[in-house]
Structure formats: structure tokens, C-alpha cells
Design a protein around this ligand. Structure first.
Ligand code: ATP
Ligand code: ZN
Length: 284
């Protein structure tokens, strides 16, 4: 049995649940009533926690694995192994100043009072930049600190930037780009490691599927070699004869990021009846 901790409620909750469900794992998820639940079809126990507690629980072997924001992991400085960047919970951590304060680069932060709930990450940034600043640790509503006269600047998570704007602040320095991570205890026994590998196999199959499209098209045989050269397939594309003489059906897998570009070129080269199909799972 592998124990994994996910956020009980908040910005990472839904995506964490979806990650496990898409991996074919069935479990009840009503963390208001229960703090732990066992999957019915996979040797996994899911524990619902506050995100801030997850790195410590993973380090201390209370749970074997956890899903947590990189920002929280960096702040907590716990000894865990990060094995996967999960591609959700994206945000950045930035320094912001009142709109009218001049900013000419990091040296403008020297000797300011900066309010934050992430003193560790801020301190290491200031040290790297050789800056002296007074760090005011507060646990929430950081963005109102400057208007209350508590601080000259803030260091906080920025999602869209609208909260900063509403508080008359301007983002001047991005310190960290963060996303959700899958972290594990560094000394899992072989049984747990095996379950983790099975989970990772499923996560990868889903991610590969999301990042690719299956394409099929009809191609006149005399254009075949030109068209094959356009397709950046996984391996060589599949070519099958059509009932109509002189034509073939060509199948391949194309990365999501470039398939529009590839489609235009295929069409230009004489491909017809092009179909683009989502892929359910993909194992490389
Ligand atoms: P908890 O009750 O578990 O302590 P929280 O209030 O600390 O929750 P949330 O606001 O739910 O935390 O954010 C959890 C994580 O989501 C953050 O640590 C960060 O990694 C990520 N995140 C992504 N976008 C944002 C955003 N716009 N604002 C805040 N966090 C974000
Ligand atoms: Zn939290």
C-alpha cells in the first residue's frame, strides 16, 4: 500500500484528484467528512492535508508521497525527492511595489521592508542578489501590508495579477515560476517503489496522450514520400493501400504543439480527408 497526501481543499485539490482518477484509480473524495480514503482498485491510500504540511509528512514517513506546489516545497526545505512536475497549479512568486515607487532593478530593493508569507524563498533571493532588506513575515493578506504602512514592498504568489492591481501594486521582479510537484520519501521500500512506478507509468501515459494527436489522411501515391517527410511521427508512419487505385491511407502521431502547422503543410502537399483524433492513452 502506498500512501499519498493531497491538498484537502484549495487550488490543488481538483487537479490532484483528477490526476489520480485519470490514472484509473477509483476512490471517494469528500474530504469534509473523512481525512483519508482507500482506492478500491489500486493499492493506494489518499490522505487529505493542508498543503503546507505535506512536505513535512513526506519527509517524516507519515505518508510516502505527496502533491504540493514547488513554492511550498522550496519554502519548507524538507528532504524529499521530487519525481515529477505535474503541469498544474502554475503560478509565480514575485516582488511587488506600490505603483508609484521607482524601480531600477533589484538594487532598488536594498534596505526596504518586504512583507511575505514565504520568508525562506525571499531570503535566499536577497542573499543571491547581495541585498539587505528587512523581511516581515505575515501569514496572509500580504498585499495590503504596503497600504497599511507595514512594509514598503511585498513578496507573494501572483496568479493573474489582478489582486496586485486592486491594491495599487506593481510586479517588479519574478523570483520563482512554480507548479505542482509529485514528491516522495527518499527511502521507499521495494513494494512501495513498485506501486509508485505503476502510478508513474499511468501518469506518463496520460500526459503523452494529452500532448499528441493521431492523424490519418488519404494521399496520392506519387506524393507519398514528400508527405511522409513532413510528418514528424514517433517512428515511421503507417501506410495502407486504399480501395481506390493510386491512393494510400497514412496514419501517424504528431505532437500537440505543432499539429496545426503540420496540417497546413500536409494539405498543401496534396493530402486529403485529413482526420485529427485525440489519443486516450499513449505508452512510449
Ligand atoms: P491550505 O488550506 O491547504 O493551506 P492555501 O490557502 O495555502 O491552502 P491555495 O490558495 O489553495 O493554498 O494554493 C495552493 C497552491 O496552489 C499554492 O501553494 C500554489 O502552489 C498554487 N497556486 C496556483 N495558482 C495560484 C494562485 N493564483 N494563488 C495562489 N496559489 C496558487
Ligand atoms: Zn497552505
Amino acid at each position: 500500500m502506498l500512501r499519498i497526501a493531497i491538498q484537502k481543499s484549495g487550488r490543488l485539490f481538483e487537479d490532484s484528484v483528477a490526476l489520480l482518477r485519470d490514472a484509473g484509480i477509483s476512490f471517494g473524495s469528500s474530504p469534509n467528512r473523512t481525512l483519508r480514503t482507500q482506492a478500491s482498485n489500486f493499492p493506494l491510500e489518499i490522505i487529505f492535508l493542508r498543503d503546507d504540511d505535506i512536505p513535512e509528512y513526506v519527509e517524516g514517513n507519515v505518508v510516502d508521497a505527496g502533491i504540493v506546489g514547488e513554492n511550498v516545497l522550496l519554502e519548507k526545505q524538507k528532504t524529499v525527492r521530487c519525481i515529477e512536475r505535474l503541469g498544474f497549479g502554475n503560478c509565480r512568486m514575485s516582488i511587488a511595489l506600490p505603483r508609484n515607487t521607482r524601480y531600477e532593478g533589484p538594487q532598488s530593493l536594498d534596505n526596504l521592508r518586504i512583507a511575505t508569507s514565504y520568508p525562506g524563498i525571499l531570503e535566499s533571493f536577497l542573499n543571491k542578489q547581495n541585498l539587505q532588506a528587512e523581511i516581515h513575515e505575515i501569514s496572509g493578506a500580504v498585499e495590503i501590508a504596503p497600504s497599511l504602512g507595514l512594509a514598503d514592498a511585498i513578496f507573494d504568489i501572483v496568479g493573474t495579477g489582478s489582486t496586485l492591481l486592486a491594491n495599487g501594486l506593481r510586479e517588479v521582479e519574478t523570483v520563482l515560476e512554480s507548479e505542482a510537484l509529485l514528491i516522495v520519501n527518499p527511502s521507499l521500500d521495494s513494494e512501495k517503489q513498485e506501486i509508485l512506478d505503476r502510478l508513474l507509468f499511468r501518469i506518463h501515459a496520460n500526459r503523452n496522450a494529452k500532448n499528441h494527436r493521431y492523424i490519418l489522411m488519404n494521399v496520392p501515391n506519387h506524393r507519398l514520400s514528400e508527405i511522409v517527410s513532413i510528418i514528424p511521427g514517433m517512428k515511421s508512419p503507417t501506410v495502407l493501400p486504399l480501395a481506390a487505385p493510386g491512393w494510400s491511407s497514412l496514419h501517424s502521431v504528431v505532437p500537440e504543439g505543432i499539429f496545426w502547422d503540420v496540417l497546413e503543410r500536409l494539405k498543401g502537399a496534396g493530402a486529403e480527408g485529413i482526420l485529427v483524433v485525440p489519443i486516450e492513452r499513449m505508452i512510449l
